[in-house]
Design a binder for this molecule. Structure first.
Ligand code: PLP
Length: 393
């Protein structure tokens, strides 16, 4: 089996699993209880918070554990929307956000908020000037993702943070695809709110966190007990939090090495595909892009058909994002960068990670051209094109 869908989720690092195991077995105390056993769990939570704070360069008090990226996005956006209702009801986001952000904004629209969806250019980079001009006195939040999960494009977050600060508007970023992949400092960039998820960087599923800059006015999202300083009720997912902490520690130590290794593999895959398969389009910005992501459109065939054939060969990839595959609509991200429905339907995403080997890339390069050729042979669009041109270059 060859796994090249790391943007959907990553395998658990063995070291993360080992660190989690005691908290799934003998250390089952409820962190809110008074006795020593419970305090072991409480201490483990605080150690994890420190490890994550080190990775992000913030204070541990500014971090709150959640059930993952989706909850963090919901909390950031609804929390500010409800917390600053008196000040205004306008939020700016982009057309290419993850559905965790887009559908939260759509929900807010239904209850009277105004949302502006900033467009992106052909590389998927958000129009910063548009954002600047869209800010009005009712604007309370700008929510722009750090890097896109489908095409990997990295957004000019420093510039947006500067504008937000100048205008006195909060800036939230969905950094689910960046945390653990790229080193950065929340303080230096100047985010007010940031969402992250452990399962995108070798941690467990169902655990994430939100960074809330000290002093940010935001309402509690999950009401309940006094956990997480009363801001997020519910007995903590102790083993998950320990896993997130360990994954953060490993990322702090190994990320730089991994970046070079994975980028080399991704580049080899990209160059090989470009050489072996005619009529493909690489999506996203060639430089301002996550080093592990390769999104491409294979013209005249359906991405889903390629995926099924790859799966038959034991290769896991994706078309668009995992959350949207299964739907017949082409990806909203690919449409936003200006691709036609027809071309967008041929989209394929390979996202690589630290467990991939050079042989994995060789295997994909060995089987993919044949799969594409076979599918094109039965594609009326391809045959029309061939007849028109005599030959395809
Ligand atoms: N935001 C982005 C950019 C993502 O890629 C994902 C996951 O695919 C999410 C949010 C949702 O994260 P989670 O699966 O932890 O809810």
């Amino acid at each position: 089996m060859i796994y090249m869908d790391y943007n959907a989720t990553t395998p658990l690092d063995e070291r993360v699993l080992s660190e989690m195991m005691p908290y799934l077995k003998e250390e089952y105390g409820n962190p809110s209880s008074m006795y020593k056993k419970a305090q072991v769990a409480k201490k483990a939570i605080e150690t994890s918070r420190e490890k994550l704070a080190k990775l992000l360069d913030c204070s541990p008090e500014e971090l709150f554990f959640t059930s993952g990226g989706t909850e963090s996005d919901n909390w950031a956006i609804k929390g500010v929307a409800f917390g600053l209702r008196e000040k205004g009801n306008h939020i700016i986001t982009s057309q290419i956000e993850h559905h965790a952000v887009l559908n939260t904004c759509k929900f807010l629209e239904k209850i009277g908020y105004q949302i502006t969806y900033a467009p992106v250019d052909k590389y998927g980079i958000v129009d910063v000037d548009f954002i600047r001009k869209a800010i009005k006195k009712e604007t309370i939040l700008i929510s722009i993702m750090y890097a896109n999960n489908e095409i990997g494009t990295i957004q000019p977050v420093e510039e947006i943070a500067k504008i937000a600060k100048e205008k006195g508007v909060y800036f939230h970023t969905d950094a689910v695809q960046v945390v653990g992949k790229l080193p950065f400092s929340v303080k230096k960039i100047g985010f007010d709110l940031l969402s992250l998820s452990a399962h995108k960087f070798y941690g467990p599923k169902g655990i994430g966190a939100i960074y809330i800059k000290k002093g940010t006015k935001i309402l509690t999202f999950i009401n309940g007990g006094h956990q997480e300083k009363g801001k997020r009720g519910g007995t903590e997912n102790v083993s998950g939090i320990v896993g997130l902490g360990k994954a953060s520690e490993i990322a702090s130590q190994e990320m730089e090495k991994e970046m070079v290794y994975v980028k080399n593999l991704r580049d080899k895959l990209e160059n090989g595909i470009k050489k072996k398969i005619p009529e493909i389009v690489i999506n996203g910005h060639l430089e301002k892009r996550l080093y592990n992501t390769l999104n491409l459109c294979v013209k005249y065939v359906e991405g889903e058909s390629i995926l099924l054939n790859l799966d038959f060969e034991g290769i896991c990839a994706s078309s668009g994002s995992a959350c949207t595959s299964g739907s017949l609509e082409p990806s909203h991200v690919l449409l936003a960068i200006g691709l036609s429905h027809e071309v967008a339907h041929g989209s394929l995403r390979f996202s690589l990670g630290k467990y991939n080997k050079e042989e994995d890339v060789d295997k994909v390069l060995e089987v993919l051209p044949g799969i594409v050729e076979k599918l094109r042979e039965i594609s009326p669009f391809w045959n029309n094109k061939k007849n028109e041109k005599g030959k395809i270059d």
